[in-house]
Design a protein around this ligand. Structure first.
Ligand SMILES: [Zn+2]
Length: 301
């Protein structure tokens, strides 16, 4: 097997962590980052995203139906736009790196941002370009050199074999004092630690790196960002098996935006999840129940 080199700290000592889809995940003994090892090559990674199937549910690796997710993503994108907007009341230029079909950019433009997007998947870049009416290149090299006030990466950093290099390149494209905001699965979540077969984000070769608040902080710092603030969002608690089974279709329907539950049923289901969350908090206070990390980091003035 190829020699291990941690993509975050460069450490060469690792320990087996988990194995899924025929890929081995290892954990760096020095910084704790979990990564696919051996790391697939750049061509293999790029080829993975060039098939329309990745975004249309014909592939167990990709999105169930990315287009149907638009509605489900909206409240998350609204919250994120509010958070980044507080830093730039005057708005400015915003780049969404890994913009997929361009849903976030569409909302950002409605909020007064001047938008640009990058999307590695050529079919997805073309969809975004048509719907937004702007060119959406597949690499940073094809982007105009004018600096950005804001750069966003939603569930992208875990797909990158060398995230610090990409974050550094993005920092170079940013105006002094600019803000970068990203989200990624939280691998400190108790399922990722103690019930790995349940953790939905272990998805190599799509997800190559797995971050905790500490390793994400380190990656952003090493890429040259400062004033790094990381929030844990989306508490995901475990329900008793019977409830988990009977609400599974509602849960997946809510996740992909297809479910339109009766408001009372939805309120009841949310109350049950909240109660489960409270119970879990009391029973195992050491557990991290938050499924997602959201970070904001600034380029020095
Ligand atoms: Zn490391």
């Amino acid at each position: 097997m190829a020699l291990y080199g941690c993509p975050i700290c460069g450490g060469t000592d690792s320990t087996p962590y988990y194995s899924v889809n025929g890929y081995a995940l290892v954990q760096c003994r020095s910084c704790g980052t979990v990564a696919v090892h051996p790391m697939p090559g750049a061509e293999e990674i790029a080829a993975h995203y060039q098939r329309a199937a990745y975004f249309a549910g014909e592939d167990d690796q990709g999105y169930a139906d990315y287009t149907a997710m638009k509605k489900a993503l909206r409240p998350h994108f609204q919250r994120r736009l509010r958070r980044i907007g507080t830093h730039f009341p005057q708005r400015g230029r915003l780049l969404d790196f890994g913009c997929a079909a361009g849903y976030f950019l569409e909302m950002a433009r409605d909020e007064g941002w001047s938008i640009a997007g990058i999307e590695l998947s050529a079919p997805m870049a073309s969809t975004a370009s048509h719907s937004l009416g702007i060119p959406v290149p597949t690499t940073l090299d094809d982007l105009s050199p004018e600096p950005f006030q804001a750069i966003t990466l939603w569930e992208v950093i875990e797909h990158l074999p060398r995230p610090v290099d990409v974050l550094s390149q993005l920092a170079e494209r940013m105006a002094p004092g600019g803000a970068l905001m990203l989200s990624t699965p939280n691998t400190a979540h108790w399922q990722a630690v103690r019930a790995k077969e349940k953790w939905v984000a272990f998805r190599p070769p799509s997800h190559l790196l797995y971050f905790t608040p500490a390793t994400l902080h380190r990656a952003l710092h090493d890429a040259g960002f400062e004033q790094i603030s990381i929030r844990r969002v989306m508490p995901l608690s475990e329900l008793p098996p019977l409830l988990e089974k009977s609400t599974a279709s509602l849960q997946s329907g809510l996740a992909d935006g297809s479910a339109r539950p009766w408001p009372v049923a939805l309120a009841l289901w949310r109350a049950i999840r909240l109660a489960a969350w409270g119970w879990q908090r009391l029973r195992r206070p050491q557990d991290d129940l938050f499924a997602t990390l959201e970070a904001v980091a600034h380029k020095p003035q």
